[in-house]
Ligand binder design. Structure first.
Ligand SMILES: Cc1ncc(COP(=O)(O)O)c(C=O)c1O
Length: 454
């Protein structure tokens, strides 16, 4: 008897961030195979993977060489901890990643996900300050509608109200400030005068800057839709942190490993963070890996003396298979000049997405850079009418998913602060794939127009 995967999933598998109605539906996608920028369902239907899995399959699907690297490592040494011992795969991956990382981000603490990376950076910041005799530095700043993960520390930084609401009380002393949506510097002005920068100064002044451990920010923020900050914003973050002895943490779980056309997103803005969290693209999703890059002097402080220790760890941290996969993936991204592909095609992708605004009255704005975009929707651009709550729900739950399925596109309708469609294709997407993707997005937006203007 053929296995009924949907039925078994309903009965035995607990989904992540998925409404019951989607899980119960007979149309629940069952994805069985991937190849390059395409994935295939159990009916043999092909979809363009417009989200690179979940912003992670940077090198594309179906790479036999990466699978072979994993198999080789499993045969040689499937498991050994980075805990009172080490193994070649973790050391080599750490060496490779620190070679690529900017400045003196020379030490890597490996974990198995983005949430764990953020959680580890929170703990590292607190322990670092303690080692310096500044145990009062326990507070953090993050931004509205940012997503930093789901474990209780990372969730405390996450600024999406709906994700936080069911789980309080969260970590004390986390303050959210406005993100960079709509932040523009007037001619002759400076980033220092931006309301989103002033808000940080105000929080610090009110709470006492000497009580803050770190500021967390994504170079380009995903939550609220591919928010590219204005020039000078990151320099201001750096200056504030330097002024008050606060650590600057770039959360690059999405941005790192090529999404913006650079190894690390901060390179695009020319700023050196004190810590940098990564995950997804480090293995292109072929194995679970995350990590925190730490500036050498910070690591030296925590590890100073014979008893120096970061009192934190996990069984799977620096897993041999995951780190061997990271090496294979990053080496392939490098030798195949995949970041050059992003830089070469991103202007065409961005221009073409911007060109979709005019013909679609339901498009409010297109934002983003590199291979990372958000299309924000509204009811009618000409009259300035926003979507009602009901229209937004119908778009997110029915119109967009149905249209995407019809054209064979997988991407993400998003409701974090606005109604949006997110795009983040594999970084190997060439001009042909990009144009195919754009045609599909055009068709999906036509369905959105049809609904909002019926
Ligand atoms: C910026 C950022 N930080 C942290 C996370 C959490 O990563 P994970 O889902 O691997 O726990 C994500 C996930 O999307 C993210 O985008």
């Amino acid at each position: 008897m053929a296995t009924d995967l949907r039925k078994d999933a309903r009965e035995h598998l607990v989904p992540h961030f998925t409404r019951s109605a989607v899980w119960q539906s007979d149309e629940l996608p069952v994805i069985v195979r991937g190849d390059g920028c395409a994935i295939y369902d159990d009916q043999g239907r092909r979809y363009i993977d417009g989200l690179a899995g979940l912003f992670c399959v940077n090198i594309g699907h179906g790479r036999g060489d990466i699978a072979a690297a994993a198999a080789k490592q499993m045969e040689q040494l499937a498991y050994s901890p980075v805990w009172s011992a080490t193994h070649p795969a973790a050391v080599e991956a750490a060496t490779l990643i620190t070679e690529l990382a900017p400045g003196d981000l020379d030490a890597v603490f490996f974990v198995s996900s983005g949430s764990e990376a953020v959680e580890s950076a929170i703990k590292f910041a607190r322990q670092y300050h303690r080692r310096q005799g500044q145990e009062q530095r326990t507070k953090f700043i993050a931004r509205d509608f940012s997503y930093h993960g789901t474990t209780m520390g990372a969730l405390s930084l996450t600024g999406v109200p709906g994700y936080r609401a069911p789980f309080g009380p969260l970590l004390d002393g986390v303050f959210h400030v406005p993100n960079t949506l709509g932040a523009t510097i007037p001619p002759g002005g400076s980033a220092r005068d931006l309301p989103c920068i002033q808000a940080i100064e105000e929080v610090l002044e009110r709470e006492g800057p000497e009580t803050f451990a770190a500021i967390f920010a994504e170079p380009v923020q995903n939550g609220r839709g591919a928010l590219v900050p204005p020039d000078g914003y990151w320099q201001e973050l750096r200056a504030i942190c330097d002024r008050y002895g606060i650590l600057l943490v770039a959360d690059e779980v999405i941005n790192a490993f090529g999404r913006l056309g650079h190894w690390f997103g901060v390179e695009r803005f020319g700023v050196q963070p004190d810590m940098l969290t990564f995950a997804k693209g480090s293995t292109s999703g072929y194995a679970p890996l995350g990590g925190v890059l730490v500036r050498r002097p910070l690591a030296d402080t925590v590890f100073a003396g014979d008893d120096g220790i970061f009192t934190h760890g996990a069984t799977w941290g620096g897993h041999p298979v995951a780190t061997a996969v990271a090496q294979a993936n990053i080496s392939a991204l490098r030798s195949e000049a995949v970041l050059d592909n992003v830089r070469a095609n991103a202007p065409h992708l961005e221009r073409s997405l911007q060109a979709l605004v005019a013909p679609h009255p339901s498009v409010k704005e297109v934002r983003g850079t590199g291979y990372f975009y958000a299309i924000e929707l509204m009811a009618d651009r000409d009259s300035g009418q926003e979507l009602t709550e009901e229209q937004s729900l119908v778009l997110l739950r029915q119109v967009l998913p149905t249209a995407m399925r019809k054209v064979g596109l997988v991407t993400r309708p998003d409701d974090r602060g606005a109604t949006m469609l997110l795009l983040s294709p594999p970084l190997i997407a060439d001009r042909g794939v990009i144009d195919e993707l754009l045609g599909m997005v055009d068709a999906v937006l036509t369905e959105a127009d049809r609904y909002t203007h019926r």
